[in-house]
Design a protein around this ligand. Structure first.
Ligand SMILES: NC(=O)c1ccc[n+]([C@@H]2O[C@H](COP(=O)([O-])OP(=O)(O)OC[C@H]3O[C@@H](n4cnc5c(N)ncnc54)[C@H](OP(=O)(O)O)[C@@H]3O)[C@@H](O)[C@H]2O)c1
Length: 244
């Protein structure tokens, strides 16, 4: 690995991606905070990292557009000289029972979660330096099979599929590719439209009876991307406090 590692975190402006970007910056990694709509939030993350003596920049890119993803990697390379870690956290959730799901539900969720992850992984596969680290995101929802999660779960199955194959493709170069499948985590994605009772029900899935925090997931990312994570490869790791 290079002396100073360089990470690109897609969806680094909010939620889990933000916590990952903040954690990696604290670990001394130079961080490219990707955002799409949340420019202020992304700038907050990079400014805080710079003020703490780290290296960071915020870069706008819609992960559904391959040209913008290429430009994101170009900017990271131009600024920091290479890329060692890619965390593909950008994602969306829309729930609808399959009988009621719309074309828009299907298109948006597939576009961001599958095409966006694919665009990010393809660029990462071409450009991450030897001994690098790539992380995708699935979800514990894939184990729970709750009604309404059909489209979302299909996208997370795709993320797991990409991960296992890419791990085999890049393993000879010492690059690991793993997938994190969080349980319920307190972010905008999870909390939107949920009542207190809904949240309590989700909290009760974990033996500790609480919702996960973005930092819980960032801790797991921190381990996987460290030298200590070198032998963890091609895995789907449920980070959910034992929920499933
Ligand atoms: N929260 C949970 O309970 C949970 C559980 C399991 C898995 N996950 C997975 O974890 C990942 C992060 O979720 P989260 O809860 O942190 O979500 P979140 O708080 O809603 O944040 C989503 C992030 O994705 C970015 N994003 C969305 N569309 C994008 C696009 N087209 N291009 C670039 N960035 C885009 C957003 O950027 P802007 O705001 O800048 O547009 C934002 O930074 C997702 O893959 C999600 O499926 C979450």
């Amino acid at each position: 690995m290079a002396d100073t590692q360089v990470a690109i975190v897609t969806g680094g402006s909010r939620g889990i991606g933000r916590a990952v970007a903040e954690r990696l910056a604290r670990n001394g990694v130079a961080v490219v905070v990707n955002y799409f709509g949340s420019v202020e939030a992304a700038n907050e993350v990079s400014t805080a990292a710079l003020e703490a003596g780290g290296q960071a920049m915020a870069v706008r890119a819609n992960v559904t557009d391959p040209a913008q993803v290429t430009a994101l990697f170009d900017e990271a390379h131009a600024r920091f000289g290479g890329i060692d870690i890619v965390v593909a956290s950008a994602g969306v959730l829309r729930t609808a029972r399959i009988a009621e799901a719309s074309e828009e539900d299907y298109t948006e969720v597939l576009d961001v979660n599958v095409r966006g992850t694919f665009n990010t992984l393809r660029e990462a596969a071409r450009r991450v330096r030897d001994n690098g680290r790539i992380i995708t995101f699935s979800s514990t929802t894939l184990a729970l099979n709750a009604p309404g999660y059909g489209i979302y779960n299909a996208t997370k199955a795709a993320a797991e599929g990409f991960t296992r194959v890419l791990a085999k493709e890049l393993g000879p170069r010492g690059i690991t590719v793993n997938c994190i499948a969080p349980g319920p985590v307190e972010t905008d994605l999870l909390m939107a439209g949920k009542s207190r009772a809904d949240v309590n029900r989700l909290a009760a899935l974990a033996p500790a009876n609480r919702i996960g925090q973005p930092a819980d997931v960032a801790d797991a990312v921190s381990l996987i991307v460290s030298r200590d994570g070198a032998w963890i490869n091609g895995q789907v790791l449920r980070v959910n406090g034992g929920a499933a």
